[in-house]
Write a protein that binds this ligand. Sequence first.
Ligand code: UD1
Length: 418
Amino acid sequence: MAKLIIEGGRPLKGQISLQGAKNAALPILAASVLVPEPVRITNCPRLTDVENMAGILKALGCRVEWTEDGLLIDTGSAKSAQLPEALSASIRSSLFLLGPLLGRFGAAEAPYPGGCDIGNRPVDLHLKGLRAMGVRVDEASGRIRCLGRPKGGVEIALEYPSVGATENLIMAACGAAEDTILVNPAREPEIDDLMAFLNGAGFDLRREGSSRIRIRGGRQGHGTLHAVMPDRIEAGTYMVAAAITGGHLLLRGGRREHLSALITALREAGCRIRSEGTDLDIEGPERPRELRRLVTLPYPGFPTDMQSQVFALCTLARGTSVLEENVFEDRFRHGAELRRMGADCLIRGRAAVIRGVKSLHGATVTAHDLRGGAALALAGLRAEGITVVERAERIDRGYANFEANLRDVGAAIRREDS
Ligand code: UD1
């Protein structure tokens, strides 16, 4: 376990280079199972979740090596289609392996996946889609057993544009003999990065407008080199770090077009944001303005993964903000922790009403999930006195060098492991 100890009140100033996207790297690692030749993945962030996914691949018999610029994966030696219990239960993304294992071996077995504690996270859309591809799926004694090579020749309509289900089903469809069409897929850019990886490896996937993806059947995968896209949630988190401290940061290696909804919200809060090429320059206001109504939605809507960080910002706003969480059912646990730091917020189901206060004060708080933990650290950067964020290892699931990056731009933050 780890804690972060933060002395607040210093505006952040300087540059941060962004990492590769966790949410793109994880499905790409899983997709490498479809390719029985070595693949090289550069710009791959070295995070706990990615290490766990690499550990699962090793347990399946694959060779996985960290190199100077990323990961080298050779799944040619993969023998097992059965996911290891403890590691797989620790990350929800282990579920992504069902699709590629079925595509490669026609069989897959996994425990129900773990991940962040942000409410009930069903897997029905994943399994329904696999069944529609002719796979036999049995759920018994906490395990998911799948049998049969995905058939293709079908059109699958997702009731909700789930990111994970879209990724799982396009990977399963790569192993099919005939074309598959996915209707109402998620539109998150991480899905396009996964498709770029698969296209580079010899498969053939494309979006047909914004509401369909066609996956051609009967293709064989081959070795490839892929650079993971930049992490828009990491970028967003550091943007809020600048905003909340009244600082000025230059973020390097990002993609502005992935951040539109967040940029709109941060401008409303009074930030000055400019971008040029892959640089993003953000200056925070002395005190943020309130956000009248911010609603999380699937991409291109405002991302749920940025809700808690912006929640922290709103606690210091001049007026009252309303945040509505539409993607996950229980993603406001940071609210109660922020209250310990002096925030004035009320949570009713999927809505939070946050009355801005002039200042927060340091307190001992707990990171209940990855992004909520990051939000508490951001609040600590602005709060008066010392903030201790416990269970900070949960932040490591999504940020490489979190405290080192913040220290480099002037934060007083250190880590204690126990
Ligand atoms: C991914 C991201 C996560 C992000 C989320 C939404 C990764 C590794 N994780 O998670 O960081 O917060 O997208 O942008 O990429 N649902 C069902 N049935 C299913 C699947 C999902 O009801 O079979 C529901 C979920 O409970 C949730 C909503 O759909 O309420 C969104 O989930 P989904 O888009 O699948 O998110 P993840 O892929 O788990």
